[in-house]
Design a protein around this ligand. Structure first.
Ligand SMILES: *Cc1c(COP(=O)(O)O)cnc(C)c1O
Length: 229
């Protein structure tokens, strides 16, 4: 059973390599996040045993339950919408929060991180396609948000994240990834204090190869590794 996780991981890594080769990128610059939401600890352990170290979860309860049970070098990424009243609980368990989607959430992170003596790396979530069902800043809102959030001493802005629309043909999302990449380049050139744009978290099971070709440095793959949920 865990064999399928090993085989899937090898296949995903092969595809990452091929996408990097096609686009002249170094595989070391693309971090695979194994999205383990809803999956039992044994599945995370199986992936860990095959070399996975970065895990993505979208629920605070799951992160707080799983992180302490995994080896200390397993890194957990919060990739789902985060409610402000749950920030305090999740902070000690996460390596990075990919889903900062409002100034109010950033202010809550600042408040709770300060109380806990932590500094938290974050990404701003961008709703590139302006889908009503999705969270995140619209493209034109990102730079103003960066200029506000960069003042929060307990937050390090590391880059941008997007959840592209669900499409049958991944090529349909290429433009979305391009727009996010271009935005990160535009913000980078402003050299804003306390802000780096080194991370672009984009691409999921259906479209991560296109995302890599367009500059993703973190891809979030769930079903492609762990099977359907
Ligand atoms: C579930 C989820 C993923 C992984 O989706 P798959 O299609 O299973 O690879 C990636 N990112 C976010 C934010 C998710 O919620």
């Amino acid at each position: 059973m865990n064999d399928s996780i090993r085989i899937n991981l090898e296949q995903v890594r092969g595809r990452i390599q091929a996408a990097c080769a096609r686009s002249g990128r170094d595989t070391a610059d693309v971090t695979l996040i194994a999205v383990s939401k809803t999956k039992p600890l044994e599945d995370l352990r199986a992936a860990y045993d095959c070399g996975a170290r970065d895990f993505g979860e979208n629920k605070v309860q799951e992160i707080t339950a799983k992180q302490p049970s995994m080896p200390a070098d397993a890194r957990f990424h919060m990739i789902g919408h985060l409610q402000r009243n749950k920030v305090k609980q999740v902070l000690p368990h996460v390596k990075m929060i990919h889903s900062v989607d409002s100034l109010r959430l950033a202010e809550q992170i600042q408040h709770d991180a300060e109380a806990a003596g932590l500094t938290i790396p974050v990404l701003l979530e961008v709703n590139v396609a302006r889908e009503e069902s999705k969270y995140g800043f619209f493209l034109e809102e990102v730079e103003p948000a960066v200029n506000q959030i960069c003042r929060l001493s307990r937050i390090q802005i590391r880059g941008l994240m997007t959840i592209a629309p669900f499409v049958v043909d991944a090529e349909e999302n290429r433009e979305i990834f391009r727009k996010l990449y271009q935005l990160s380049v535009d913000i980078k050139t402003k050299n804003i204090d306390n802000v780096s744009m080194s991370v672009l978290s984009m691409g999921m099971t259906g479209d991560y190869e296109v995302a890599i070709e367009e500059g993703a440095t973190m891809i979030r793959v769930g079903t492609g590794i762990f099977g359907s949920r």
